[in-house]
Write a protein that binds this ligand. Structure first.
Ligand code: HEC
Length: 425
């Protein structure tokens, strides 16, 4: 064989080796089952929020084409913060490797592989409470949302009957009917105004959409829950204030399921030991309530900002952006005095259905004279399938489904607790 020919042959072998598809290797039993346990099954299991289970090979194979679409378009899993713009704890986003493996698996014909490679199935949970038994469990009255094709948003008033002010370490919602409870926001009502609205229409609670429809103090948002969220204790010495005798207002978003289901969602609260807290976590809303989104505007920008005052420096631990149905994108940044910007969160495919409280991997230090800036973009055109306004109209701030909001709640611990400009009872 002449030298050239040998070269040719070995190159051909090399090229052939390169085009042997990598997906030939990926099987359900080995890789995909493990990804589904880690990233899909907390929702895609019997009786939970997702419309079908992804518990075994048959399930995964049946939905392979849908999985391909939602994984390619990054619709599922519904973890919203954009990668590379700060990082968060408890993320259930797919890594690039996991995404590639799922797509390779489908491209390779969704092979089962050897069932001997399967992982142990996830344990069945005995109790809904993630951190052991809560110190206080509050249940909303039983309520059956109407069966209709649209969503139901309802607020329920839960008296705490606390004789003394306590600090909360963690809060969790345990949906009564996981198939229909889509998200829960928990507010603290110190005035009792929510009781005046309760039951007015003959049903427990009252209709509400973007908020509790009553005035709440700054820091009056206790927490929120959406499927897939994990509950954690606040760090030592830090708590959320729950004033004595206050009521919780639970805003529950029900998903239309076509089923008549009676729900009784519960809230579990874990307190900090008495006298162990010297810092409060306060959910500060950074908002703009004076905007108008013109009808037809496909990319209307609204900004909100809040300066960090010299005596009110601190650390941001969590962030929770909030818009309604026209929202498309929301970005929160910290701008330092020298103009340098630090990313806090970016959600570039906002979905009202998937709003969360995100905990920073590393708390964000808020120095004097820095500014937290929120930039939100809205699509008020006909091309937005979620636009509730037909015909189109100018949209402003409000609590209704057809109104909008521009808020980022940041959970802050201030350096100098004594200067917090809030009432302490
Ligand atoms: C946090 C809960 C949650 C997680 C995690 C999750 N899903 Fe879903 N999924 C849902 C819900 C709820 C729906 C129903 C549609 C909706 O509400 O967005 C859904 C719908 C789907 C659909 C149908 C969507 C359509 O447009 O037809 C597919 C396919 C899917 N999920 C695949 C996955 C895969 C694959 C994973 C993991 C890689 C995953 N999901 C992780 C909750 C979740």
């Amino acid at each position: 064989m002449r030298h050239n020919e040998a070269m040719f042959v070995s190159r051909a072998v090399l090229v052939f080796a390169l085009i042997v598809p990598v997906w030939a290797d990926v099987t359900y039993s080995k890789e995909v089952s493990r990804i589904m346990q880690a990233r899909c099954q907390q929702c895609h299991r019997a009786g939970d929020i997702a419309p079908f289970a992804l518990s075994n090979y048959e399930d995964a194979k049946t939905y392979a084409e849908d999985i391909k679409r939602v994984v390619t378009d990054r619709i599922m899993p519904p973890w919203k913060p954009a990668a590379g713009f700060n990082s968060f704890r408890d993320s259930y986003a797919l890594t690039d490797e996991q995404r590639t493996q799922i797509l390779d698996w489908i491209a390779g014909g969704a092979q089962e592989g050897d069932p001997a490679d399967l992982p142990e199935p996830l344990p069945v949970k005995e109790t809904p409470w993630e951190l052991g038994d809560p110190d206080l469990i509050l249940a909303m009255p039983k309520y059956t949302p109407p069966v209709r094709p649209s969503d139901t948003y309802r607020c329920f008033v839960l008296p705490t009957d606390l004789d003394e002010t306590r600090f909360v370490s963690a809060v969790q919602s345990a949906p009564g009917q996981k198939q229909i409870v889509h998200h829960v926001l928990i507010y603290v009502d110190e005035t009792g105004d929510s009781e005046k609205l309760d039951g007015k229409d003959g049903q427990p609670g009252y209709t509400c959409f973007g908020g509790p429809n009553v005035r709440i103090g700054i820091g009056g948002l206790l927490g929120g829950w959406a499927p897939g969220a994990r509950t954690r204790h606040l760090p030592e010495g830090i708590g959320l204030l729950l004033p004595k005798k206050s009521r919780l207002v639970l805003q529950v978003h029900y998903h239309p399921s076509g089923l008549t289901l009676e729900d009784q969602t519960q809230i579990g609260i874990w307190f900090k030991p008495k006298d162990s807290v010297n810092k409060r976590l306060v959910n500060i809303p950074i908002l703009n309530d004076r905007f108008e989104i013109p009808p037809g505007a496909a990319d209307h920008e609204v900004k909100a900002q809040q300066a960090v005052l010299p005596f009110l420096t601190g650390k941001a631990i969590t962030v929770a952006p909030h818009m309604h149905l026209l929202g498309r994108k929301i970005k929160v940044e910290l701008e330092k005095l020298n103009g340098q910007k630090e990313p806090m969160i970016l959600i570039d495919n906002w979905d009202f259905n998937w709003q969360g409280f995100y905990t920073f991997e590393e708390p964000v230090t808020l120095p004097s004279f820095s500014t937290v800036r929120v930039t939100a973009n809205y699509d008020n055109s006909e091309n937005n399938p979620k636009n509730p306004n037909k015909p189109l109209k100018a949209v402003r701030w409000g609590e209704g489904t057809d109104d909008e909001m521009c808020i980022a709640f940041i959970g802050v611990v201030f350096d100098n607790e004594n200067l917090i400009p809030f009432r302490r009872k």
